[in-house]
Design a protein around this ligand. Structure first.
Ligand code: SF4
Ligand code: SF4
Length: 434
């Protein structure tokens, strides 16, 4: 309790909405992005502080309430953890949220889905890569697009993914050309086609290589990705390591391979034995593409999936591995991510987010400036302030008014949200697990 005195009062957020979910208390600070999930003991301390009691008084109350069950030392530890949690979740009144940058000022991420072809057929592939019509983006068109972009409006790291990008013969040429234009490449691959020849020809312009996995041993891994895939991936990882590239292991949780992952992930990480590594955990599968034909891979209970993910994350963290998280906290976002990235698809269409939708589709032959301006406009027009009901909602900065593309697909308008307050609170609970 280093920075808190036991006898002072803590100015803690108290303009709140409380919901009970399972055995936890979900608390949202009205009209802010602040949210927290408390256990019953933490909730008790919180309520005492909210009444204006000191930390010492709150701790004594916790001890008395749990008389005979909680040891004094345990009360102190619990209170320390509580304090850490409120600071991490910006629950002190002094921790003011900051306003998101205007969309025009946000540096846009370029994401190139270079092909719809793939050498393997993963059971969960949301785009049915390799099965749908095989399309390849024209490298000359990509280069011309990036050459004419205003470099001050975009991030300097470009994502190249697929399908499987290593099926594109001229990929090194593209990566090196992007390098000469001032961009590094984050490469997303299944890792099975990795060769020394490929990496040695372009590694200087690669900032990271992300490979995806659902299991940690051969039998289980191959049950999702096809026979022989695991051995090829491991040899691909060895090549990535030999060039000292930043390796990201992106694990997706599938019901059928989860037990294998939980039992063997540490063994896998230890056998990879590499320091320049980080880990991502994705506990959500899209019910699209190949995934629709393989219902057995889905967890029937999404909370269970998140709890399983949390178990794996804790195990990994305890052993000192790094986990990458994507969420930025305590920011007053005016929209979801729509318009904040440039997503180029194998057919040459360009979209303002990863959910391609024909209503917003532009083309790679359009000028980058006109695309950037159009995406800024889409973001502004679909901002939360343009949705009357949401603009007054006390949980708007947590809900965000929903995925604009889903709003369009299901309600026929980007700005008619599917309002489901219960879901918002359930999501807070799920996110807090991971
Ligand atoms: S969709 Fe519903 S819960 Fe979400 S911000 Fe709008 S009114 Fe609030
Ligand atoms: S529209 Fe949907 S998919 Fe696109 S950035 Fe917003 S939330 Fe994400």
């Amino acid at each position: 309790m280093d920075s808190f005195s036991l006898d002072s009062k803590i100015e803690i957020e108290d303009n709140i909405i409380i919901k009970k979910f399972k055995n936890s208390f979900i608390i949202v600070v009205k009209n802010t992005p602040k949210k927290i999930v408390f256990t019953p003991d933490e909730y008790l301390i919180y309520n005492e502080l909210r009444k204006g009691l000191t930390l010492r008084e709150a701790m004594v109350h916790l001890y008395r309430t749990n008389q005979g069950q909680l040891h004094e030392d345990h009360c102190v530890k619990l209170t320390e953890n509580f304090l850490e949690k409120i600071v991490d979740n910006y629950f002190l009144k002094s921790q003011k949220p900051h306003q998101e940058e205007r969309i025009e000022k946000i540096l846009k991420k370029i994401h190139i889905n270079i092909t719809s072809d793939c050498n393997i057929r993963c059971k969960h592939c949301y785009m049915s890569a390799g099965v749908v019509e095989k399309k390849f983006l024209d490298i000359a068109k990509i280069i011309s697009f990036v050459e004419s972009i205003n470099i001050s409006r975009v991030e300097r790291e470009i994502v190249i993914s697929g399908g499987e990008p290593l099926l594109v013969n001229d990929l090194p040429l593209l990566i090196n050309k992007l390098g000469r234009l001032g961009f590094s490449t984050a490469l997303f691959t299944n890792g099975t086609l990795m060769t020394e020849g490929f990496i040695s020809s372009c590694y200087k312009n690669i900032s990271s290589v992300q490979v995806s996995l659902e299991a940690a041993t051969e039998y289980s891994f191959d049950s999702i990705r096809g026979k022989g895939s695991f051995k090829k991936l491991i040899s691909g990882i060895e090549i990535i390591k030999s060039f000292n590239l930043h390796l990201i292991l992106a694990f997706t949780l599938c019901k059928t391979t989860f037990n294998d992952l939980a039992e063997n992930i540490l063994h896998l990480l230890n056998s990879i034995d590499y320091e320049n590594i980080s880990i991502r955990i994705n506990s959500e599968l899209d019910k699209e593409g190949n995934a629709t034909k393989n219902p057995d891979i889905f967890f029937t209970d999404s909370i269970k999936a998140h709890e399983s993910g949390a178990m794996i994350i804790n195990m990994i963290l305890e052993k000192g591995f790094q986990i990458q998280k994507n969420t930025e906290q305590n920011t007053l976002f005016n929209n979801c991510g729509i318009g904040a990235s440039i997503n180029i698809y194998p057919d040459g269409s360009v979209h303002p987010c990863s959910e391609a939708i024909s209503e917003l589709s532009l083309d790679i032959t359009h000028s980058p400036e006109s695309i950037l301006n159009k995406f800024d406009e889409i973001n502004t027009e679909t901002s939360i302030h343009r949705i009357e009901k949401c603009s007054k909602c006390e949980i708007r900065y947590i809900c965000g008014a929903g995925c604009r593309v889903k709003n369009m697909k299901e309600n026929g308008s980007f700005i008619i949200p599917q309002c489901n307050e219960h879901k918002v609170f359930e999501n807070i609970y799920r996110d807090a697990l991971l």
